[in-house]
Design a binder for this molecule. Structure first.
Ligand SMILES: [Zn+2]
Length: 389
């Protein structure tokens, strides 16, 4: 299976493709594998194949059915995904200042309820249109307590009970299925035990061990592995160039995850990459004044951005220590790579290990909602002394 030029890495695909071609796909499939391995994209592709009207070579992506699905307005296709309750959405939206951003773009009248509904509808659309990228709601609310609740599953099951309106099948894609709470999972399980003949369920999960074993055993498993670095690189090369990190580093850093690679190449993340390099540069000759200034600056930034800063810092730190990927050959126009190259091999081993550990501690602290200023102060100050290790 090749999604927009990206070759997926899965031993189960030939079986899936054969089942699709012969019209004998199991009524429930579970797409599993690490984040960014293309599971959701493969599930969308499967939905397209099931509903496409072309006589062969399905999915054609051009027939009315394919186009409706890709615009997420096909009556026989439904996506569900875990989300926050409206109340906790509002709290998080306040924290991330989402309404302020929306008001700047759309005027003064945006309410939290408007934002909530907009997020729900846009996220499903994004997930279908561009499943290789993380939908914004997944990155904005990555570590929040998103859940597939019983009310989400009840709505879904109501649709399951109604026959398809224009296709032989009705397809239900459940993203991040492991985030179903137990009530929701049990309700879905009942339907998977005796599904209507037209219903096809496509469950997606990177943590299938968290699913009910009885639910798992009802599904045909479609397993994915991390993408091959060369496949990922050639996919990245086919995209419009966005600047930032070199494609070679992006594919090497992302451990076979297309989402990670795209995040590293996202121009919005370029300042964060630069700041991660600032942190690394600071480590070479750590000073108190700069430590305070950096902590102060980071304290005003959002939680997801601060987590990214530290994640990029960890990637760069590992690279600066190992010196195995930054070669200095080719792509010399890349500012980030040039800077990284100038920092490689210059940190004492003990200090490197300490920096690694402290960065992880800081990430944990941010995730436990400690104040960014305190977290970064503690981080920088624990790294002031280069000798002690
Ligand atoms: Zn089609």
């Amino acid at each position: 299976m090749n999604i927009n030029g990206l070759t997926l890495n899965s031993p189960s695909l030939p079986v899936l493709e054969k089942a699709l071609a012969s019209g004998k796909l199991h009524h429930a499939c579970l797409f599993t594998g690490p984040d960014g391995s293309g599971k959701t994209a493969a599930a969308v592709e499967t939905a397209l194949s099931l509903l496409c009207r072309a006589p062969d070579n399905r999915p054609c992506r051009t027939c009315l059915s394919c186009r409706k699905l890709l615009h997420y307005n096909h009556p026989d296709f439904r996506v569900v995904f875990p989300f926050l309750s409206e109340k906790s959405f509002q709290d998080t939206a306040k924290e991330l200042q989402l309404r302020e951003t929306a008001r700047q773009a759309e005027g003064e009248k945006v309410t939290y309820r408007d934002l909530f509904l907009k997020y729900l509808s846009e996220s499903a659309g994004e997930l279908v249109r561009d499943p290789l990228r993380p939908p914004r709601m997944m990155s904005d609310f990555k570590d929040k307590n998103r859940e597939i609740t019983i009310s989400i599953v009840r709505d879904l099951l109501e649709e399951v009970s109604m026959p398809p309106s224009e296709s032989p099948f009705k397809v239900f894609l459940v993203a991040e299925a492991d985030r179903m709470n137990s009530e929701a999972a049990n309700a879905l399980l009942k339907t998977l035990e005796e599904p209507p003949t037209y219903a096809k369920f496509l469950l997606v999960s990177s943590r299938p061990q968290r699913l009910l074993p009885t639910l798992r055993s009802r599904c045909q498993i479609v397993k994915f592995q991390p993408l091959q670095e060369a496949d990922l690189l050639s996919y990245l090369e086919s995209l419009p160039r966005t600047g930032g990190l070199s494609l070679r580093l992006a594919s090497a850093f992302s451990d076979g995850s297309v989402r990670e690679a795209l995040s590293l190449l996202d121009p919005e993340n370029l300042p964060l990459l630069e700041e991660a390099l600032d942190m690394l540069e600071w480590c070479l000759s750590p000073g108190t004044q700069e430590a305070l200034a950096l902590s102060e600056a980071y304290s005003s930034y959002s939680f997801p951005d601060n987590v990214k800063r530290l994640r990029f810092f960890l990637l760069f730190l590992r690279e600066a220590e190992q010196r195995n990927r930054v070669t200095g050959t080719g792509e010399t126009g890349d500012a980030v790579e040039r800077r990284l190259l100038s920092l490689t091999g210059r940190l004492p081993k003990g200090y490197f290990l300490r920096a690694f550990e402290k960065a992880r501690t800081a990430m944990d602290a941010l995730e436990r909602k400690m104040q960014a200023r305190l977290v970064f102060c503690a981080f920088f100050f624990s790294l002031l002394d280069k000798e002690e290790s």
